[in-house]
Design a binder for this molecule. Structure first.
Ligand code: NDP
Ligand code: OXD
Length: 303
């Protein structure tokens, strides 16, 4: 088996010794492929157009946690997302920071700082403040553990409605009831046909007036104009966005200058090179032994 590596030179420098030590073949770049039939796996953010060039391809591994950028795979080729504890911990850290920033009114205080205003507002307790997490998978559950320790009241919304300790879970059909009790709404969903455009006017209208939004899923979940209207109406108070629609936002976009919105440029996480390499090795070994591939995407669900 050989993995064709289609990512950055910096990442390749870390992967090469890890693969060499593991005794696995790593081919860096398509130009280095002398026999396309030897390639069994590809690591990339987006695959090359001509996957048919690799007749023995068994798996395509996304270099990130998401796979929404990937085209449908040819028959017999598994799509795998990178599972790396570092990704999950980094997003957890960003979401906890963002939740606290909104909970403690930081957008307002940052605006006051710019104006040189010393003006105090009521200080809320975390205890009892309701944080509602859309997507309680690997990252959502990690976030919930930290916010739960801080005293926030936690709920989650998922496709299956599977129980998660310490959270009130709402299933796919209970979105309205879930939203109605969200003081701070956190989006950690994958982008699929079902979730595209979900953060829209209709959804914002179901939140308690004055709710706050933390978004670290994907830009295409969010209708930015609906966000502006919800902020203008007071339906939402403020928002922290790590992902925007589009990315990057154009220079004249309303959100850049809006003090109710804080933006980071899709940096909640970035895959640690060594962790990514170790995960790819696990995928190759599992495949060789006909075991379940860690991070394999279910094509029917799209995540
Ligand atoms: P998981 O696959 O572990 O969890 C996904 C969760 O979303 C599950 O709880 C799943 O439900 C739920 N879900 C999926 N579709 C629906 C739906 N239609 N309705 C309701 N719930 C749904 O993913 P991760 O936690 O690892 O990652 C989540 C997302 O975070 C990624 O897909 C990516 O978009 C984003 N991300 C962003 C990063 C950033 O830098 N901003 C970095 C890494 C990830 P169920 O439990 O029933 O399966
Ligand atoms: C990812 C991301 O999917 O960085 O890993 O968003």
């Amino acid at each position: 088996m050989a993995l064709l590596f289609l990512s950055t030179p910096e990442r390749a420098e870390v992967w090469q010794p890890i693969f060499a030590e593991a005794g696995e073949e790593l081919i860096v770049g398509e130009a280095a492929v002398s026999d396309p039939a030897a390639v069994t796996h590809i690591l990339c953010w987006k695959p090359p157009d001509d996957l048919a060039r690799y007749p023995n391809l068994r798996g395509v591994i996304s270099s990130g946690a998401g796979v929404d950028q990937m085209p449908p795979m040819p028959d017999g080729v598994a799509l795998v997302r990178t599972l790396a504890p570092g990704i999950e911990e980094m997003v957890r850290d960003w979401v906890v920071m963002a939740t606290l920033m909104l909970h403690r009114d930081m957008p307002r205080y940052l605006q006051q700082q710019g104006l040189g205003q010393w003006s105090a507002h009521p200080v809320p307790l975390a205890r009892g403040t309701r944080v509602a997490i859309m997507g309680v998978g690997r990252i959502g559950q990690l976030v919930a553990r930290t916010l739960g320790d801080m005293g926030f009241a936690l709920s989650g919304w998922s496709r299956s409605g599977r129980a998660v300790e310490g959270m009130t879970i709402f299933g796919a059909d209970d979105l309205g009831a879930f939203l109605a009790q969200a003081d701070i709404l956190v989006c950690l969903l994958p982008l699929t046909a079902q979730t595209r455009g979900l953060l829209n006017a209709d959804l914002f209208g179901k939140l308690p007036a004055g709710a706050r939004l933390v978004h670290a899923g994907r830009g295409a979940h969010l209708d930015m104009q609906a966000l502006k209207s919800a902020l203008d109406r007071g339906q939402l108070t403020s928002a922290m966005l790590d992902v925007t629609n589009p990315e990057p936002l154009p220079a004249d976009h309303w959100a850049w200058g809006d003090p109710r919105v804080c933006i980071t440029p899709h940096v909640a996480a970035s895959t640690d090179h060594a962790e990514g390499a170790r995960h790819a090795l696990e995928v190759i070994r599992a495949d060789r032994n006909n075991m379940d591939l860690p991070g394999r995407v279910d094509p029917r669900k799209g995540y």
